[in-house]
Design a binder for this molecule. Structure first.
Ligand code: MG
Length: 377
């Protein structure tokens, strides 16, 4: 079997619907990898869709500076490990963090999807088999503008059957009184019997983060996420040492070596991996390295159901997983992108057994939101 084409498809809402927000729902970047045997693999990169398309479509410049797609054309898609290294090597002058790694992730997911379809097995089987056949989801959302609205939202997720919920980002970090009221609202909305997580969205300096972590202890939060800036690993260590609450982080990292540094130096308890920014090949290595350090693993996901499908397959096959991140409110692109219903029922996602990712694209949605002939002005 040979790869014949790599297609990067940027999707974007109409300009009048683009909102300034912390969630990745305005756009999506889908990748299709075609083969000469008719199998097509699906992947996604959680990145700037137009920039990502350029990374994948760009021509060969020299042998360590090539667009990603052409590096793997003509190759056997089942050689997933080797092809990851080939892409890594032949693009290494373009940078070892960020966009390049994020776009390699989309191609890597598509190769795993092809392998699953070829062998007639779900991805978790190819990864060594499942530890679990359902995944406990936490409803993932951003804080509402007020504590009252946040309370109502959390109460609704509880009524939907979720036993855990995470809220984060703005308006957290504006002042102490509001921060405490927001977290209290989440706790009261979800009730004392359920778990809550708080995502700081890197809004604090280390001193404030330690203070908030201690203040939030009365609300019994399961983890405190990204309390300080991604580059402030000393700050992470100070927060981890200053509270009895688990500290989570990692979603801002791309690739094995950035994660190694994060795991070695942050003292975070929960390592979050966005598969649409890292891929399954490297995600598995990161999870296994984290396991050796007794860390909990969780997927990170705020993009499309392709990433959710990858997360379900991945989290089924990784040992130290307790929760699946599950975004409850996304957007029109994400809501209608696939034909299958892989969503949570009563707060749990079922681990699918269909080949590969087990999903197909709704091509009407792809055509509706596809960016055609984007011109940089
Ligand atoms: Mg987060």
């Amino acid at each position: 079997m040979k790869i014949t084409k790599v297609e990067a498809i940027p999707l974007r809402l109409p300009e009048e619907d683009i909102k300034y927000k912390s969630t990745g729902v305005n756009e999506a970047l889908i990748v299709k990898v075609y083969t000469d045997e008719g199998i097509v693999g699906l992947g996604e990169s959680w990145t700037n869709a137009i920039m990502g398309k350029a990374i994948i479509d760009a021509p060969f410049a020299w042998n360590a500076s090539s667009g990603l797609g052409r590096i793997i054309i003509g190759e056997n898609p089942l050689d997933i490990n080797r092809l990851y290294e080939k892409m890594y090597k032949e693009s290494f002058y373009l940078g070892r963090r960020g966009l390049i790694i994020q776009c390699m992730a989309a191609i890597d997911i598509a190769l795993w999807d092809i392998a699953g379809k070829y062998y007639g097995a779900p991805i978790h089987k190819l990864m060594g088999g499942a530890y679990r056949d359902t995944l406990r989801c936490y409803a993932s959302d951003t804080f509402r503008p007020t504590p009252e609205e946040t309370f109502e939202s959390a109460r609704r997720y509880k009524e939907m059957g979720f036993t855990a919920a995470k809220y984060g980002w703005e308006p957290l970090g504006q002042n102490e009184k509001l921060d405490l009221a927001l977290v209290q609202a989440v706790r009261e909305g979800m009730g004392s019997e359920n778990e809550i997580m708080i995502d700081c969205g890197c809004c604090y300096d280390a001193k404030t983060a330690v203070r908030r972590a201690k203040q939030f202890e009365e609300f019994n939060i399961y983890w405190l996420e990204e309390p300080v800036d991604n580059d402030d690993l000393e700050g992470y260590r100070r927060v981890a040492a200053g509270t009895s609450t688990r500290v989570a982080g990692g979603e801002g990292n791309n690739g094995l070596w950035q994660y190694k540094n994060f795991i070695d130096n942050s003292n975070a308890d929960v390592i979050q991996i966005d598969l649409a920014d890292n891929g399954i090949t490297v995600g598995k290595k990161i999870a296994e390295y984290a396991e050796l350090h007794h860390k909990q693993i969780c997927n990170h996901y705020y993009s499309t159901p392709i990433n959710l499908a990858a997360g379900i397959q991945f989290c089924a096959a990784i040992k130290n997983v307790e929760f699946l991140e599950y975004c409850v409110e996304l957007g029109p692109i994400q809501d209608s992108l696939i034909n299958e219903d892989i969503g949570a029922v009563n707060g749990y996602c079922k681990v699918g057994n269909a080949p590969g990712l087990g999903i197909t694209l709704n091509e009407d949605t792809v055509e509706k939101y596809r960016v055609k002939d984007y011109v940089l002005k």
